[in-house]
Design a protein around this ligand. Structure first.
Ligand SMILES: Cc1cc2nc3c(=O)[nH]c(=O)nc-3n(C[C@H](O)[C@H](O)[C@H](O)COP(=O)(O)OP(=O)(O)OC[C@H]3O[C@@H](n4cnc5c(N)ncnc54)[C@H](O)[C@@H]3O)c2cc1C
Ligand code: SF4
Ligand code: SF4
Ligand code: SF4
Length: 405
């Protein structure tokens, strides 16, 4: 039976939970707010299935080449593109599945809450729940089992998520191939703890008041290049938008404080995946093409013939430009390398559990004059239309030569 000794050895994909024939695995929250499998030994029959489906135990670190194709993609519907993290390619792919009578799985808020969990969607309208990256680990729940049921019934199924979730789903299927299954994964920097998000929302609730109607981690309120953490409020004039320079939640994420332990030694960082399509951002669009604007572009790496068929089928909804796969992945550090664990991470989580939420975030991310100045300069550059240029100059001056490769 599965037993986690080193937390880095469990990415929280829920494959074991979905596979157990005796339903004796619970996914229990630890002191950092991440869920891990816990077996009720009195019910376990020692069948070993949980270990067989674990993608971490069976991780294939080899990056074995297969044929790939590269695209830059932008959704032609500007509202959809604005709501999406990058170019909205995921919505176009998912819409195609729904038009075939299929079902799409992805990460969205549980209705009426800010708890992120995987769920199935069957209408194009409902696909909006998946748009915009949620920088918090999604609870997969029993969606692997649910999706398998639909595949067995002969329906099209699109399953999307982080690379470890897609590897977990593939392992759960145990080598069975389904003609109508499409897996979509992302380039993934890491995944923060749901507890940090809950505390952050509590802190903001106390500061801002009113009723929060939506929380976006990568809002294009100020544009794609200067995206913000946004909280939308039912009360007029109380909406909140702050960039990575001054938002405590994003600062914790990008300072590598809040990720799951497995993310600091991720087994799924590679180019050649078991998904059909891999999606991620494209900030330096001008490096690739002059035909597209800077309002958000998805990079799409086609990993299979099915992925290619779907990219061709989304032609009426997406503007696309072909790019050599080698060029598409050449500057993508997060595709190949885990982020380093911040040495202060242990204290960060300890404080999270003992300090009142507002004090906790104030202690770790005080709003100093330097922070205010940084935010002011960035916003001003953005308003003057020189943000991308200024950012590139800053990177050129301050980034080490090795890091720019
Ligand atoms: C946690 C996380 C880390 C990422 N890290 C990077 C990175 O380092 N570099 C980079 O270039 N791109 C990264 N991305 C990918 C990028 O943010 C976009 O998801 C991608 O460009 C696709 O955007 P889109 O506009 O096509 O679709 P969107 O509509 O914005 O994407 C929605 C898709 O993201 C999935 N999703 C959203 N939140 C989660 C979640 N919490 N868990 C699992 N799946 C989720 C949805 O299920 C759906 O498939 C990350 C995404 C996530 C969720
Ligand atoms: S060994 Fe079998 S019964 Fe026991 S926890 Fe694992 S899957 Fe469940
Ligand atoms: S990585 Fe997935 S399958 Fe393996 S123990 Fe963790 S939750 Fe279970
Ligand atoms: S960094 Fe790796 S382990 Fe962490 S969520 Fe992403 S794919 Fe999973």
């Amino acid at each position: 039976m599965i037993h986690i000794e080193d937390k880095k050895e469990c990415c929280g994909c829920w494959a074991c939970y979905n596979a157990c024939p005796k339903h004796c695995i619970g996914m229990k929250e630890d002191e950092e707010g991440f869920r891990y499998p816990v077996v009720d030994a009195s019910l376990c029959i020692d069948c070993g299935l949980c270990e067989k489906v674990c993608p971490v135990i069976h991780a294939d670190k080899a990056d074995t080449p297969h044929a790939q194709q590269g695209f830059l993609a932008q959704h032609k519907n500007e509202d959809i593109r604005k709501e999406s993290t990058s170019g909205g390619a995921f919505t176009a792919i998912a819409s195609w599945i729904i038009r075939q009578g299929g079902i799409v799985y992805g990460a969205g808020y549980r209705k009426g809450t800010f708890i992120v969990e995987h769920q199935g969607v069957e209408t194009e309208k409902d696909l909006s729940v998946f748009r915009n990256s949620k920088y918090v680990q999604s609870n997969v729940m029993n969606t692997f089992k649910e999706a398998l049921g639909h595949l067995k019934a002969g329906r099209w199924v699109c399953f999307s998520g982080t690379p470890c979730q897609i590897e977990g789903f593939r392992s759960f299927l145990r080598g069975r191939e389904y003609e109508k299954l499409v897996c979509v994964d992302l380039v993934c920097r890491g995944i923060p703890s749901p507890r940090i998000l809950t505390r952050y929302i509590e802190a903001q609730q106390a500061l801002i008041g009113g009723e929060f109607t939506n929380v976006l981690f990568r809002d294009k309120h100020y544009g794609y290049h200067y995206s913000s953490f946004s909280i939308y409020n039912k009360e007029k004039g109380k909406d909140y938008h702050k960039g990575v320079d001054s938002n405590a939640y994003l600062r914790a994420f990008f300072n590598n404080l809040s990720d799951r332990p497995s993310c600091y030694d991720c087994r799924f960082k590679k180019r050649y995946r078991r998904s059909d399509l891999t999606l991620w951002d494209c900030f330096p669009i001008e490096k690739f093409t002059k035909q597209m604007d800077g309002k958000g572009t998805t990079r799409v790496l086609v990993q299979s013939e099915k992925g290619e068929m779907i990219m061709n089928a989304t032609g009426s909804e997406l503007r696309t430009v072909r790019v050599e796969p080698d060029k598409l992945v050449s500057d993508v550090r997060e595709m190949f390398h885990s982020v380093p664990m911040n040495p202060q991470r242990g204290q960060f989580f300890k404080d999270c559990n003992v300090l009142p939420p507002a004090d906790f975030f104030r202690k770790w991310f005080p709003i100093t004059w330097k922070v205010r100045l940084n935010a002011f300069v960035r916003l001003t550059c953005h308003r003057l239309g020189v943000y991308t240029f200024a950012k590139r100059m800053f990177m050129l001056v301050y980034t080490r030569k090795d890091d720019r490769k």
